[in-house]
Ligand binder design. Sequence first.
Ligand code: SAM
Length: 283
Amino acid sequence: MEQVIGKLYVVATPIGNLADISQRALDVLRQVDLIAAEDTRHSARLMEAYSINTPLKAYHDHNEDYQSGVLVEKLLAGQNIALISDAGTPLINDPGYRLLSAVHDAGITVVPVPGANAAIALLSVSGLAVNSFTFEGFPPVKSQQRQGYYAKWLKSPHTHVFYESSHRIVASLRDALSVLGQERQVAMGREITKTFETIKRCSLAELCEFVEADNNQQKGEFVIVVSRAEVDESGSENEVREMLEKVLPIISLKQASQVVAELTGQKKNKIYQIALEMQEGDG
Ligand code: SAM
């Protein structure tokens, strides 16, 4: 008879508030044979809160290689296993990559059980454009490399989201300010879903001031969202000229400047100057 192999469930757990766990996640954690957890002592609190008695096994950065092999053997022998991390969605800056890679190689079925994630939680309330964003985990620890990391976003058309530790939050925001300038819009999520949650949306200069002025705002866990770069006005001048060419023969110079400014988000004075040049060129 053919051996029935188990499934690997990748289960998101809360990022603070223990109520942020789905019914399906709880059912899976109760029903599997084993839970592979980043820190078994940390996860024991969640298990206790929901009276889950499934055995826990440590799976973390230092034993990933060895444990991946052990867990794949168990799955092949028919056990169902859930992978969880200390907080949020496993693999998102958390261990699990080697296990998932080995599991796919072995032809084992994987099942996502989605839920909390700190980056997505902040993006969802940031009020910044989130149709296109990049996520690169934590910035480098050293200031010079960190400035290089931020410099990639100087002209980026994407919103950026990253994690930062309480040890580096002040220095990291200062580096971001020095590279990206005072006016870049940002959002900070601190201690999301926990008692001292802070959600702050402002300019980079204001955020630096806010965090530096209050020691409490330097404690806990942080996610930062940085808005995409402003429209590159030099790059879009052709677009402005094209629009003006169409509207100038029909409406006044003043009206045309206003309409094109509204459509492109660029400054009316600048567009007026271009329109004037174009009219004089024609005359
Ligand atoms: N897998 C997790 C997730 O889905 O969000 C992230 C794991 S990563 C190792 C941990 C980092 O996520 C923290 O250092 C912090 O930057 C961020 N983080 C986790 N929980 C958070 C929370 N409640 N509020 C703000 N940031 C949080």
